[in-house]
Design a binder for this molecule. Structure first.
Ligand code: ADP
Ligand code: MG
Length: 399
């Protein structure tokens, strides 16, 4: 799914109203009947104006018909939901322009955007529930039967959860991007000027960096949280430069910034220990492979860390979800979708392999669910690549 904003400025105020009407109707209809679109759009021009707008929106693939539909109706496409979210961000002056794509995963697109002052920010578009082409049969059954499996619901939920945690962690002083705005399946956050750990080929002091990653992880745990995907892609390494007051030399500290929270769980979760161990192991394996560093002491262990939850004045943040209006049922649906996605990835890794096929998958008059999700995971592509950035070393002139 490619975000193509070219048609945006050609849409009239009426087109936007009709698009919003299709979104509103989608809450109760898989395919929104035309009379309902007319009613929700409240246009003075009547049905001929609505059908003109429908035709524009369908041509730009923001709404689509379905094959074998029993009545005349439309559904919102990924592109349609993207446009509505961007429209909201733009009206609230959080986004003025959309730049290049920083990353594309199976579950998200990461875009560089700018606000009206020219400040660069990150737009994360969640794409959870997009169906993998090769697993389409099992998925299709699941989705058809289960409204809580729909991509729009799941992606919106993922964004809401991520925004809620981003805000809570940011307020608690954890190094995360600054949350800026949230609309539908998207969030806007500050751009962290730091590469992911994955891209770093060497560091002067692996032991110190390892210690800071574990320390950050244990801070999350004290807040009652398990990241659940604490790996080299989701930890960005920022270089903080300061001057040593005694020697006058510049010193560089490597500061980990953590991102990507839709799978975050509570330390009280039934499988907490398993996810805790998996996260810690992930860091250990990476440090051994990349930096040939092995910690001398075992652990940290879940059972010890569990005792620290809420201690030392750490506010518990694992109730953040409920506080943000995400019900237990919603949290469960989201978790099920994320787990299903993880399993699919394990069982069918080639479905997540990069491909060059970047065709837009929202063609009109087509039930194109078969195609959705077929595209490349360039984050995976990156996994194959060599690390390219060396950071954290002082240049000879500085030392
Ligand atoms: P996904 O859920 O698809 O893994 P992430 O939130 O982990 O999405 O983002 C994917 C990649 O995009 C990250 O590995 C990182 O390189 C980049 N990225 C995401 N958010 C930011 C940010 N706020 N600042 C800089 N880079 C970011
Ligand atoms: Mg990630």
């Amino acid at each position: 799914m490619k975000l193509d904003t070219r048609a945006m400025r050609h849409l009239t105020a009426e087109d936007w109203k009709v698009l919003a009407a299709v979104e509103q109707g989608s809450k109760n209809h898989e395919l929104v009947p035309v009379p309902i679109i007319e009613r929700f759009s409240r246009l003075k021009g009547g049905s001929s104006l609505v059908s003109k707008c429908i035709s524009t929106l369908a041509k730009t693939s923001l709404i689509a018909k379905m094959k074998e539909a029993k009545y005349d109706g439309y559904r919102l496409t990924y592109g349609g939901l993207d446009y509505l979210a961007l429209h909201t961000h733009s009206q609230k002056k959080h986004i003025y322009s959309v730049g290049t794509r920083v990353g594309v995963g199976k579950e998200s697109d990461i875009m560089l955007v700018a606000d009206h002052t020219g400040a660069q920010q990150i737009l994360k578009i969640h794409r959870l529930g997009r169906i993998s082409f090769r697993t389409v049969k099992t998925n299709r059954d699941y989705l058809k039967k289960n409204a809580s499996g729909s991509w729009m619901y799941l992606s919106t939920l993922a964004a809401r959860k991520e925004y809620a945690f981003l805000s809570a962690l940011h307020s608690a002083g954890i190094p995360v991007p600054t949350p800026i705005a949230h609309s539908r399946h998207t969030i806007v956050m500050s751009l962290v000027d730091a590469p992911p750990l994955r891209q770093i080929s060497s560091v002067p002091d692996p032991a110190a960096l390892y210690a800071s990653l574990i320390e950050l992880y244990l801070r999350l745990a004290k807040h009652g949280l398990i990241h659940g995907d604490y790996n080299e892609f989701n930890i960005l390494i920022r270089e903080d430069v300061s001057t040593n007051p005694e020697t006058g030399t510049e010193e560089i500290t490597l500061v980990p910034v953590v991102i990507d929270f839709p799978q975050m769980i509570s330390m009280e979760h039934v499988n907490a220990e398993m996810y805790f161990d998996r996260d810690i192991n992930c860091v250990k394996i990476f440090f051994e492979r990349r930096f040939h560093f092995k910690p001398t002491t075992p652990g940290p262990f879940y059972k010890d860390v569990k005792k620290t939850v809420g201690r030392d004045g750490f506010e518990r943040l694992d109730a953040t979800l409920e506080a943000s209006g995400i019900t237990k049922k919603m949290a469960k649906d989201l978790e099920a979708a994320i787990r299903q996605h993880e399993e699919e990835k394990l069982q069918n890794p080639e479905a997540f392999e990069p491909s060059d096929d970047e065709e837009d998958d929202d063609d009109e008059d087509e039930d194109e669910e078969d195609k959705e999700g077929e595209e490349a995971n360039t984050a995976e592509k990156e996994k194959e690549g060599q690390p390219s950035i060396v950071i954290g070393f002082q240049s000879p002139s500085e030392s």
